[in-house]
Design a protein around this ligand. Structure first.
Ligand SMILES: Cc1cc2nc3c(=O)[nH]c(=O)nc-3n(C[C@H](O)[C@H](O)[C@H](O)COP(=O)(O)OP(=O)(O)OC[C@H]3O[C@@H](n4cnc5c(N)ncnc54)[C@H](O)[C@@H]3O)c2cc1C
Length: 778
């Protein structure tokens, strides 16, 4: 080895000496930089050309999606340097980021070569229609774009699977911005990022096609990709009595009630609500049901009758087993079950609030603000014993388009009373007077860069928790009972990033169960595949869908393999990974497959398929051989959602998990399989399939989180408490998910109390708004 190194050193020295003698003229180096809009944000490319040859390509793309866009960021520079050209093919599966990199690289190269002006725009006028993946993982969005020779004239969205009110925000706000600025580099609409980015991709493809049809240089697309400068330097000071941060369920209830309480006291209403998204509603506008206990008016109006049939994924006929038919719920029974479940960790007085005020809150929403709910039905265990869950519009699924209209009505009522609101305005810091322990307002920033100093006598935090902030979930979630620290996959609003919770912590706010598991019902693959076209097959005379993109998801949450957490340990019966139990593995877990199991899927198909009604692109039939499995595995490996190794030790090392723990887990699991008894988690014997010979594969699974659950500590007036758990921070209130932890325990998940999050959002919001004003009036 030593001799080899010495030889290499001498060789290099000779080469360097030789080249420095031979090239008397210093190399001519030029560089150029350009920016284009990627999938998540701006993508900047710097190219260096030495003696006319492409010598270096550096891509900076901080906002691209890990495991998708980042693959293009890593691979395209290598491809360009290999080809000595910036004109290379996009990376499949990361088309949007690739295209931005390719466009920016083309312009950067032109800049480096002194050809500042990119090719003249000349498009073939017409309408170009493309189908693109936007937010929906199941249905592509159809985007039609009409162009003239040099202008985008119109953008229309056709068939799609987006959540209706969220798409509407993108249609109302994002499309006009593209047209007005003739740029696809305008910011995505917060709260509608997936739909905005889908539209952006559709327009980008159309522009490319129009340029190509006119025989133009594709680099000309960069004329439509210039990010807009943010207006700044403007500071506006505002004064209100109450400012509510976040206009989801809890914030909207808080703002409305604060306005009502001021008006009822004969005061001029001085309530401002601010929201960082392009529309109010937050996560609350895409939910299904709220929990409420015995709403008096609603009960009487409905003759105390409960719903007969439960619809949706849990469909089952329900019997009305109440012994006391004069109420929906026997409060004492429900309360003591709740206290038992939370092992004394929840605040009893806050459970009382849920028991005593959620009913009148539902009545308030229905009778004063036009919300529509169906009769109550049983919730998910253990609240399943109680008729306490109310579906919006009396439907589990057919309600997403409706909920936003309830918010529209609520805000009509709010503004009629004199309340005001500002959208696309993000609060980022509390104004705090340490001397008097008083919050005096908040600093916020508008989408156009305007700074706001909002002075207020009460600030109500209603920001939906901090699950969108990987740093905060890594720092604040607890590993004491389950490995919860890390960045969680979100199906909830990623904009709920905890900035204001962090600001409250900075001024000394206390927390309550902040370390508990986020709200999660379903699990799946860490990242979805979009590489394969879905096709259909005839099986026993039935037409069945084969969505190969779903295969890594099926494999990540299969009940009949072994799954481990980051410590190399099992954490649940794997049959629960698709629903209710995936959170126990923390933000990421690994389903382990041995070669015989892989071969079986190829030759005979899956025994079970656990994607069902949840996030999937159509699933695959059981017992149908997946002949393309090798290709799927390759695509999954490219995306970082599958790892492969010849030995179990190597697999553990690749995953970065403790090798000894992992080997021990496999040994135990195989023993359970041989004995037919899962001594750790009681998984049914049918699902105990042993891990045999390699190569081995690990499919990366993840729980899909709605939001965090634990948060700030509050008292019964929803005042945020200091670290001592006693002293309120004057003028600071919290509601909704920002303080949902007071009802639960770090030892148990929220998940078994479905509906409570939404019920708490409205109930706590309504009371926080009321107390903020009442305390001010004193
Ligand atoms: C798909 C899905 C389905 C669900 N279904 C149910 C269900 O059926 N039943 C149930 O009980 N729960 C359900 N949940 C959970 C429940 O919806 C939430 O826990 C609840 O809506 C939270 O209400 P909130 O007001 O606290 O937060 P949100 O409704 O999310 O509102 C928070 C708002 O604050 C804004 N915001 C955040 N930070 C700032 C800032 N710094 N400045 C300004 N604005 C800011 C956000 O943009 C957002 O609009 C579901 C969640 C999801 C994602």
């Amino acid at each position: 080895m030593k001799r080899g190194k010495g030889f290499l050193a001498i060789f290099l020295l000779v080469t360097i000496l030789f080249s420095s003698v031979a090239c008397s003229k210093p190399p001519e180096t030029k560089s150029g930089t350009a920016t284009a809009q990627g999938f998540g944000g701006p993508v900047t490319v710097t190219v260096t050309v030495t003696d006319g040859v492409l010598a270096d390509v550096v891509v900076e793309a901080p906002a691209e999606t890990a495991g998708i866009g980042t693959i293009a960021v890593e691979k395209l520079p290598e491809k360009m340097l290999e080809a000595k050209s910036v004109d290379v093919d996009a990376i499949s599966g990361a088309t949007s980021t690739s295209k931005a990199i390719l466009a920016a690289a083309a312009e950067a190269y032109a800049n480096a070569m002194g050809d500042q002006a990119v090719a003249q725009i000349k498009m073939a006028p017409g309408t170009y229609t493309n189908e693109v993946w936007a937010f929906s993982p199941n249905i592509k969005m159809e985007v039609s774009v009409t162009v003239s020779e040099d202008e985008i004239l119109a953008i229309e969205v056709g068939k799609n699977g987006e959540t209706e009110p969220i798409l509407q925000n993108a249609l109302d706000l994002f499309i006009p911005r593209i047209l007005e600025n003739q740029s696809i580099a305008v910011d995505a609409i917060t709260g509608a990022t997936g739909s905005s980015n889908g539209i952006r991709l559709g327009v980008m493809l159309a522009l490319e096609q129009a340029l190509e049809a006119a025989g133009s240089d594709p680099a000309a697309i960069s004329a439509f990709q210039r990010p807009l400068p943010k207006e700044s330097g403007k500071t506006v000071t505002l004064d209100y009595d109450v400012v509510v941060i976040g206009m989801g369920g809890s914030g909207s209830a808080a703002a409305m009630r604060a306005a009502e309480t001021q008006a009822a006291a004969g005061q001029e209403v001085s309530v401002l609500a601010i929201e960082k998204a392009g529309k109010y509603g937050g996560t609350s506008a895409v939910t299904s049901e709220m929990m409420a206990i015995n709403p008096p008016r609603f009960m009487a109006d409905n003759n105390y009758e409960v719903r007969e049939i439960q619809l949706g994924v849990f469909e089952r006929p329900l019997e009305d087993t109440r012994t006391d038919k004069s109420v929906y719920v026997v409060v004492d029974e429900m309360k003591s079950a709740w206290l038992e479940y939370t092992e004394g960790d929840a605040k009893e007085e806050m459970i009382d609030i849920m028991m005593n005020h959620s009913g009148v809150t539902l009545d308030w929403l229905v009778y004063e603000h036009g919300f529509v709910f169906g009769k109550p039905q049983l919730g998910v265990e253990p609240s399943a014993t109680y008729f306490c869950v109310y579906q919006y519009n009396d439907s589990f699924m057919d309600n997403k388009h409706i909920i936003i209209t309830y918010f529209d009505t609520l805000y009509q009522h709010f503004t009629q009373l004199g309340g005001e609101y500002m959208l696309e305005t993000e609060a980022y810091e509390l104004l705090y007077d340490k001397e008097t322990n008083t919050v005096t307002g908040v600093k916020a920033r508008g989408a156009d860069g305007t700074e706001y100093i909002i002075n207020a006598r009460a600030v109500i935090l209603a920001t939906g928790g901090f699950c969108g902030n990987g740093e905060m979930t890594s720092e604040l979630l607890s590993d004491q009972y389950y490995p919860l620290k890390g960045k969680w996959n979100m199906v909830g609003m990623t904009q709920n990033d905890g900035k204001m919770i962090a600001s409250a912590l900075d001024i000394g706010a206390g927390t309550y169960n902040i370390g508990m598991a986020p709200i999660v019902h379903i699990g799946g693959s860490r990242v979805l595949l979009y590489d394969f076209e879905t096709y259909t097959v005839e099986i026993d005379g039935e037409t069945r869908t084969v969505a190969l993109n779903d295969v890594p998801m099926i494999m990540a949450i299969s009940g009949n393999v072994m799954a481990v957490n980051e410590y190399g340990e099992r954490f649940a019966a794997e049959t629960g990974l698709g629903f209710l139990e995936p959170w126990k593995g923390g933000p990421e877990f690994y389903a382990i497959w041995s070669d015989d199991q892989i071969q079986k899927v190829k030759e005979e198909g899956f025994d079970t398929v656990t994607v069902g009604a949840f996030i999937n692109q159509g699933g695959v039939p059981t017992g149908y051989p997946i002949k393309e499995l090798d290709e799927v595995i390759e695509a999954a490996m490219e995306k970082g959602i599958c790892y492969k190794a010849d030995t179990l030790e190597e697999l553990a090392e690749e995953l970065g998990i403790d090798v000894d723990n992992f080997l021990q887990t496999v040994e135990n699991y195989n023993r359970y399989c041989a004995e037919g008894v899962d001594a750790d988690f009681g998984k049914a014997a049918d699902f105990l399939v042993p891990i045999k010979d390699g190569p081995y594969y690990a499919f990366v699974g993840a729980p899909y989180a709605y939001s965090t659950c634990g948060g700030l500590d509050v008292n019964t007036q929803f005042q945020v408490l200091r670290l001592d758990g006693q002293t309120p921070i004057n003028g600071l209130y919290a509601c909704g998910t920002d303080c949902l932890g007071v009802l639960f325990s770090e030892k148990k998940p929220y998940v078994t109390y479905g509906g409570a999050a939404q019920g708490w959002a409205y109930t706590s919001g309504k009371l926080a708004g009321e107390w903020a004003v009442k305390n001010m009036l004193e």
